[in-house]
Each structure stands twice: as structure tokens, then as C-alpha cells.
Write a protein that binds this ligand. Structure first.
Ligand code: ATP
Ligand code: MG
Length: 254
């Protein structure tokens, strides 16, 4: 069974891409066969894994629009077991172009069908919006992982996100579940108040992952070397946190 996990939060800069890349690296290190699908036109997951998206002939955009099959765009990374379906700049136009297409909410889902079975995990790194690309990212998955930045404004937009997920369940895809929330960029100096934590637990009665990702400079540096934290600083506290998260995620396999 392939687990397809969409990593989503319409709020920008909360650690979606950092989580996608590093969770992917540690799942692969644990022996899983992983595909990271970059559906953000910013292509941060692609470049963060050392791939120059500007020189690529095609990427996930062509896959979504049906002109190139997925297997033709998938690239290896420095981690055995982790491959990436890269984003390129052309993806920026997709949300507009798809609007008039039939089944426009399921383009990514259809494109991924050929890969399902070939991987243990497919992680989808979504852009910071609730637009059509993110809807495609959600309907293509069967589980949703929500990075939540551990700060006072953590709750902002979460209600809207969970409402959107409910709408997708009601109208497009009944069988998607929220795997849980992962707290990112945790800093002891501005730890969340009990109040905010309580509200978070109300939003995520299923699960807030015990592995909290600390704010750690190595995590922010690694992408500029085109490396995951496993490649860049495997002994750092950020690395250990993502290793634990990967173990926790594996522990939720059914
Ligand atoms: P976007 O919404 O733009 O796609 P995102 O949610 O994918 O953003 P990231 O790109 O993962 O967020 O992170 C935002 C910034 O914060 C990046 O510069 C990243 O390197 C940095 N960052 C992410 N997680 C951490 C962390 N735990 N400690 C320190 N810096 C971090
Ligand atoms: Mg991102």
C-alpha cells in the first residue's frame, strides 16, 4: 500500500517544504521507497534537493497537464530511495489554465496513478494557498500532514484549512484523513501558551506529533547546499527531530 501524504498549510513559511524534504530523506533512510512531488511553483523542494529547476526540460506541470508521463520527469536525489518529481516555473500558470478543464481537481491524482504501487510513500509539497494546485495536491493524497509554526499566530487560518478539507471530503474525495499536525520552528523562548496548545488539540484531536521540530539554523542552511539535513548535518538537533518524526510517521502505518 502506497501512502500518499499531502503536506499542506495555506500559510506561507511554516515549514512545509522543510518537512517534505527532510521527512522524505529520513523515510528513505529507514528503507522506504519515497517520491517527493513538488507542486509549488517556487520549486523550493526541488532546489532544496540540489536540482536546478531552471534547466529542466519539463516537470510536474507537464505531468499535470498530461503532456509528459510522471516517470519521465522523476529524478534521483543524493539519497538512495528518495526521488523527486520536480516543479518548474511553468507550474505558475497551471492554476489558471486548469480552470476550464474537465476534472480539473483531479489532474495530479490521475497523473500519480501510474506511480502508485511503485513507492511506499509519496509526499506532496503544496504551495501556500488554497487554490486549484493545492486542491489537486489534496485530492491526490489519502492523508494530510499539516505543519504548524509554533508561534502565537499558529491558529490563524487553521479553521479555514480544516473547513476546506471538509469540503473536499464532502464533494470531491470522501476518503482523505488528517494524519495530524507537526509543530515546527519551536523555540523555547516563545513557547506556545497553554491556551493556544489547548485550541490546537481541539483542531487536531487525532494527533499532534510528539516530535516537535526545533528552530535550528542548520535546517535553514541545508537547502542552500542542495541537501537535506540528513546530508548536511546528520547529527544536529534538527536532523534528530526529523528522524524522530519519520519514525513516528512509520509508526502510523496501517
Ligand atoms: P512556503 O509557504 O513559502 O512554501 P514553507 O511552508 O514551505 O514556505 P519552508 O520553506 O519550509 O516553509 O520554511 C520557511 C523558511 O524557514 C525557510 O527559509 C526555511 O529554511 C526556514 N525553516 C523552516 N523550518 C525551520 C526550522 N525548524 N528552523 C529554522 N528555520 C527553518
Ligand atoms: Mg514551501
Amino acid at each position: 500500500m502506497t501512502r500518499i501524504i499531502s503536506i499542506v498549510n495555506q500559510k506561507g513559511g511554516v515549514g512545509k517544504t522543510t518537512t517534505a524534504v527532510n521527512l522524505g530523506a529520513y523515510l528513505a533512510a529507514a528503507g522506504k521507497n519515497v517520491l517527493l512531488v513538488d507542486v509549488d511553483p517556487q520549486a523550493n523542494a526541488t532546489s532544496g534537493l540540489g536540482i536546478d529547476h531552471q534547466t529542466l526540460p519539463h516537470g510536474i506541470y507537464e505531468v499535470i497537464t498530461g503532456t509528459v508521463p510522471l516517470r519521465q520527469v522523476v529524478l534521483p536525489t543524493s539519497h538512495a530511495g528518495l526521488r523527486v518529481a520536480p516543479a518548474t516555473l511553468s507550474l505558475a500558470g497551471a492554476s489558471v489554465e486548469l480552470v476550464s478543464e474537465p476534472e480539473r481537481e483531479f489532474k495530479l491524482h490521475q497523473a500519480l496513478l501510474e506511480a502508485v504501487g511503485g513507492y511506499d510513500y509519496i509526499l506532496i509539497d503544496c504551495p501556500p494557498s488554497l487554490g486549484l494546485i493545492t486542491i489537486n495536491g489534496l485530492t491526490a493524497g489519502n492523508e494530510i500532514l499539516i505543519p504548524v509554526q509554533a508561534e502565537y499566530y499558529a491558529l490563524e487560518g487553521l479553521g479555514q484549512l480544516l473547513h476546506t478539507i471538509q469540503l473536499i471530503r464532502d464533494n470531491l474525495k470522501p476518503n482523505i484523513e488528517v494524519l495530524g499536525a507537526v509543530l515546527t520552528m519551536y523555540d523555547r523562548r516563545n513557547a506556545l501558551s497553554t491556551d493556544v496548545m489547548q485550541q490546537l488539540y481541539q483542531y487536531f484531536p487525532n494527533r499532534i506529533f510528539r516530535s516537535v521540530i526545533p528552530r535550528a539554523v542548520h535546517l535553514a542552511e541545508a537547502p542552500s547546499y542542495g541537501q537535506s539535513i540528513l546530508g548536511y548535518r546528520p547529527l544536529s538537533k534538527g536532523a534528530r527531530a526529523y528522524e524522530r518524526l519519520a519514525r513516528e510517521v512509520i509508526g502510523t502505518e496501517k
